[in-house]
Design a protein around this ligand. Sequence first.
Ligand code: NCD
Length: 303
Amino acid sequence: MRHLMSPLDFTTGELDKLFDLANDMEKHMERYAHICEGKKLATCFYEPSTRTRLSFEAAMLNLGGQVIGFSDAASSSASKGESVSDTIRVISCYADICAMRHPKEGAPMVAAQRSSIPVINAGDGGHQHPTQTLTDLLTIRSLQGRLSGLTIGLCGDLKFGRTVHSLIHALSRYDDIHFIFISPEELRIPDYITDMLKAKGIPYEEVIRLEERIPSLDLLYMTRVQRERFFNEEDYVRLKDFYILDMAKLSLAREDMLVLHPLPRVNEISVEVDDDPRAVYFKQAQYGVYVRMALICTLLGLA
Ligand code: NCD
């Protein structure tokens, strides 16, 4: 039995197979419409979510399976003091696979250790978000045609953004990748990530101004300032609008640069950018369904 805790749990070869399957599912949805019949997915979300939970549920329904779950810790027995270990032992009796989001780093890993069904980390605190990374990689591979030879700008909250942390780990395994980290001083990328890049000899730069480096990028990955992980509201208010990608800034970028965002967006991308062909964040959300369909089938041993 396999779980998914980190994007590194799959080799790059396994990821290629997963993405091929996701692209095939996109083209031939009807061929997969019954593959999970009789199977249940449990979504255990102790933290708010729109895309991740609903795309998991849509994915399972597209595969002919069923879904159960909760979307709020307050409506689960966590509010009575139950541990994730006990909860997952019970969920294992009700479902065949579980996607879990939790505000505490490592909680899905603790669950996986006590689980008799595959557990998928659907985001743990400021740590990792592997299925968002699968979504991001599938989007890049499908729209950019490759995962190597890319200059990637990551902009916004690089300190608390778990999607950023997972994506950097995942991309660091491909050839000829160059990272440009664009953040205010207070939201810089954590040292454990830059230490990993140094150890692997992967080039990166840290800059504050988006305009400075946007012309050199193949991809711009925008992120929201993670309000819920701040210690005080004052700092959040000071930093929340530090970056706003508008048409003036986008006009400095190459014609073939892609703009990704895991969403939800707050103010960091003006709505005027949405109609530019380089803005692919809503397509990215759609790829999230295909990749989760492929992941569910793979972890259930059906693909
Ligand atoms: C992200 C998350 O939850 O980390 N959202 C998502 O899953 N698409 C990004 C965010 O909340 O900013």
